[in-house]
Design a protein around this ligand. Structure first.
Ligand SMILES: [Zn+2]
Length: 182
């Protein structure tokens, strides 16, 4: 049993629930509703800029926004972040009351409000060092409009490794297998 990410880090799927044994996508109607909803949502999210970058630069300076690398929260009220701003979300979630919004529709607005007020993770909070993790190597979400051949996945061997090394300053209890920082 292995957990895998698709498109962005953060949301995790049980590999056998979304892929057949020979590495093709399962048909959507064989998936759990939650998996299907997240995979479909990921198709939109992989093209989005980081929420925090967007709050800083806005539409008029969109080219300065970094690409989203990780997603937290529930579909439609999720937060997507670049590697740099992930630390701000983790800090907000674990130290600044964000945990109150776990599983709630208000999570996105609450984080955006906190960040937009100028709040940031302190320098000493540290970050997560994603050794051996190459987001570019995550498989793309399946496209329900494509013909069946396009469901075949060629990047299966390049999926996110299980091991993630935390740097010394990171909180001991961060668990990347969760949808939220712990
Ligand atoms: Zn960012």
């Amino acid at each position: 049993m292995a957990k895998v990410s698709v498109g962005l880090r953060g949301w995790r799927f049980e590999e056998s629930e979304i892929f057949t044994e020979d590495g093709n996508w399962r048909p959507f109607d064989e998936m759990h509703d939650e998996d299907r909803e997240r995979l479909l949502r990921l198709r939109t999210l992989v093209t989005k800029p980081c929420d925090a970058c967007f709050l800083v630069h806005g539409e008029e300076d969109i080219e300065r926004c970094r690409e989203a690398e990780i997603v937290y929260g529930e579909p439609k009220s999720e937060v997507v972040l670049c590697d740099e701003h992930e630390a701000d979300f983790r800090y907000w979630f674990s130290e600044a009351g964000g945990d109150d919004y776990r599983g709630e529709d208000e999570l996105q607005d609450a984080f955006h409000g906190w960040f937009d007020d100028g709040n940031r993770a302190p320098e000493a909070f540290g970050g997560v060092d994603h050794v051996d993790t190459d987001p570019e190597a995550l498989p793309d979400p399946p496209n329900p409009n494509d013909d069946e051949d396009r469901y075949r996945i060629t990047l299966r061997d390049a999926m996110e490794p299980e091991e993630t090394d935390l740097d010394e300053d990171a909180l001991d209890d961060i668990d990347l297998s969760a949808d939220y920082p712990s």
